[in-house]
Design a binder for this molecule. Structure first.
Ligand SMILES: *[C@@H]1O[C@H](CO)[C@@H](O)[C@H](O)[C@H]1NC(C)=O
Ligand SMILES: *[C@@H]1O[C@H](CO)[C@@H](O)[C@H](O)[C@H]1NC(C)=O
Ligand SMILES: *[C@@H]1O[C@H](CO)[C@@H](O)[C@H](O)[C@H]1NC(C)=O
Length: 477
């Protein structure tokens, strides 16, 4: 390992590789304590990462042997296949995680640790180091609250303007659909999403327009994803029943039937033709004094509404089925292997999980929602964390709430760190159970590479949580 720190010059010209490795090594020391196999594991992971980036040939780890001799020894697995590499990385991270400290107390910036170490060596400085630690935690606590107040929390005025724009759009669509397709069996459309629970962060920029369909009970039934050949809990098929007695066209929605199932894709296409194709948005926009345009391409149906010179709102048009047992299914496609999963409806747990989070906070005056909003903001602003969304973060906090009792405002920094750590552990396991339906894996739509990338970013953040806020701030409006 000494070679890594010793050979600065040789590394200058390889895309900051050396600096990055140095950085990671000092992080590893910091998080894990000096020495030991665990540290080696993390450092190795870091080097693999830096290599992949610097060489831009991630699938060919042997290429680098030609491009330059390194002063440090390449771990034995460097020459193996990418699959095995990945496996090894997981193993090393997992091993390292087991030796992670379990409280935030031992997580300090490098400089401080050194300072503490020096003074502690001189006198019996443990009281002093406790003080330093306390100060350190206080400052993260203060940073988080500052960040929250200044950047994360959205002013009531801004929220009101965005809600008004969403409501105007909703009203226009309602009128249009009633006039143009009076026989389409829909319940009243309504607006939903974080904008309506004060859980939106940074800018008031998105809302969901829920479009509930009326389905005839005797003609349609829902089948949970785990009972299908695709075996994906959290997704459902909606099957057309009794075709022999109620032939095709008995139900209005038969036009969206594909292979005997109600197809969310086909349904979205029907709405897309209407909403993007036949509504005169420029005209409506000029009446409302907005600029409105459909977003293309979009996996769902989305309208962009510019309601002030520099303010935009994205409204997702989201067909919804409410089944007899109350299960909510939305027409939001599965991210991966979309063709195979084309007929799957996504179960939405949003209402239930948000209600539970709020109820817990109300019971103990807790900071769960604040913690969620800070985490959401960081994930929204840091491109490396974009893949984590509100549902995953909410559930990680709900699961943490089952283990951890102290959610007072003073504990925000501790809980935030614990949330980061929990996320790394869930990523490492490749599994984040939904708190309301443990069979559902909220990471099931992440690719292996995304899991690695997220885990790596969060792992680094564990030793420098304020770095997350620093990364986020430059992306702020
Ligand atoms: C966050 O914003 C809401 C209004 O949108 C306001 O009522 C609340 O006091 C703010 N919270 C903090 C801590 O600033
Ligand atoms: C179903 O009804 C539509 C018109 O509502 C018609 O165009 C179509 O041919 C019908 N399909 C069948 C199978 O009857
Ligand atoms: C959250 O993100 C995952 C992974 O990117 C995605 O598969 C999932 O659909 C998202 N969930 C929601 C509710 O948007």
């Amino acid at each position: 390992m000494a070679g890594v720190n010793g050979d600065r010059k040789g590394k200058k010209d390889d895309n900051g590789l050396g600096t990055a490795i140095d950085f990671m090594l000092s992080n590893a020391k910091l998080v894990l304590g000096v020495g030991g196999a665990a540290m080696l594991g993390i450092a190795t992971l870091a080097m693999k990462r830096m290599y992949d980036r610097a060489m831009s040939a991630p699938t060919s780890p042997t290429k680098m042997e030609k491009t330059g001799k390194r002063s440090w020894e390449e771990p034995a697995w460097m020459g193996s296949s990418p699959r095995v590499l990945n496996h090894d990385m997981k193993f090393t991270v997992s091993r390292s995680l087991q030796s992670l400290p379990t409280s935030s107390h031992s997580i300090e910036p490098d400089g401080l640790r050194r300072a503490v170490g020096r003074s502690a060596a001189g006198r019996g400085g443990s009281a002093q180091s406790d003080l330093l630690r306390a100060r350190m935690r206080l400052s993260l606590q203060e940073r988080l609250w500052d960040f929250y107040r200044n950047w994360v929390n959205i002013s009531a005025e801004e929220q009101a303007l965005a809600r008004k724009a969403a409501l105007d759009i909703c009203a226009e669509l309602r009128v249009f659909l009633h006039a143009k397709l009076p026989d389409m069996p829909l319940r009243e459309m309504y607006l939903s999403g974080s904008l309506y629970d004060d859980l939106q962060v940074v800018t008031a920029d998105h809302a969901q327009l829920m479009v509930p369909l009326v389905l005839e009970k005797n003609l349609w039934s829902s089948i949970p994803g785990e009972d299908t050949i695709m075996n994906v809990p959290g997704f459902w098929l909606v099957r057309r029943e009794n075709l022999e007695y109620f032939p095709r066209n008995s139900s209005y929605w038969d036009r969206c039937m594909v292979g005997g199932y109600l197809s969310p894709k086909s349904l979205l296409e029907v709405f897309d033709k209407l909403v993007s194709g036949s509504i005169n948005w420029p005209a409506i926009g000029s009446v409302l004094d907005y600029i409105i345009r459909p977003v293309v391409p979009s996996e769902t149906l989305t309208l962009e509404v510019q309601y002030e010179a520099n303010r935009r709102l994205y409204v997702d048009f989201l067909p919804l089925l409410v089944m007899e047992d109350g299960t909510s299914l939305i027409a939001k496609p599965h991210r991966l292997a979309a063709e195979r999963h084309e007929n799957l409806w996504r179960q939405s747990f949003r209402v239930g999980e948000t209600a539970r989070l709020r109820a817990l906070d109300q019971e103990d005056g807790g900071c769960r929602c604040t913690c969620l909003k800070v985490a959401k903001a960081v994930c929204k602003l840091d491109p490396a964390l974009n893949r984590l969304n509100s549902s995953q973060l909410t559930n990680a906090i709900l699961l943490l709430s089952q283990k951890e009792g102290d959610w007072t405002q003073d504990a925000l920094a501790d809980r935030f760190l614990q949330l980061l750590r929990a996320l790394v552990e869930h990523l490492e396991a490749g599994r984040l159970p939904c708190a309301l339906a443990p069979k559902v894996n909220l990471f099931c739509e992440l690719t292996e590479q995304e899991v690695d990338e997220l885990g790596y970013t969060l792992y680094c953040a564990l030793s420098d949580p304020e770095g997350l806020l620093r990364t986020a701030e430059p992306h702020l409006p």
